[in-house]
Write a protein of this length. Sequence first.
Length: 240
Amino acid sequence: MHTTALVLFSGGQDSTTCLAYALSRYERVETIAFDYGQRHSVELDARLNVLREIKSAFPQWAARLGEDHLLDLSVLGKVSETSLTRDTEFKMEANGLPNTFVPGRNLLFLTLAAAVAYRRGLQVLVTGVCETDFSGYPDCRDDTMKAMQLALSLGMDQRFLIETPLMWIDKAATWELARDLGGTALVDLIVEHTHTCYLGDRTHRHAWGYGCGECPACALRSKGYAGFSASLNKASLPAG
């Protein structure tokens, strides 16, 4: 039986929902993030705010929330020519992938997370990758996660479980999952304190949170929130 988990936690909507998922299931939960030279490095500050707010708003989870880890992965930014690590326009590449794809990012993240989990005695790695809204990223696919789980377990001679709570749901359903896990309080926390915008914009406030409103991450989050809100409104209508 698994009782401990390490959540790959960027401070965005998806990873915050995954953190709530882990806190609702495991006795001890730790978090890990990576500074890889991302343009939206404001997320590294936002994630600390999210952790603080979760401890304050959910005392039942605060006792389970353990150490936070931040690793320097600047080498990834140095070898990546992408719109997440360079000041370039968002676009599709000739190979059919968006230039927001950082090659090897999730593979490195999971490898280092597993190394930390090994040292800390944590059994489960929880990550917010998703095929439904994965924007064409090959390192977000379910097959990739299964392959990584096998490779990490073999390579470290310890059976790791990689959990992907968002793998088969879209952004609207991710908002719904957050509500199911933590009610309106968690939804409000995600809106106010998490960060998703690729441009690092924390000046423009929308119904779904802060962001430029134009980048691919904002567009996806906005669309998902609209779908979530529509389902809430429909559910509140009187029958008949």
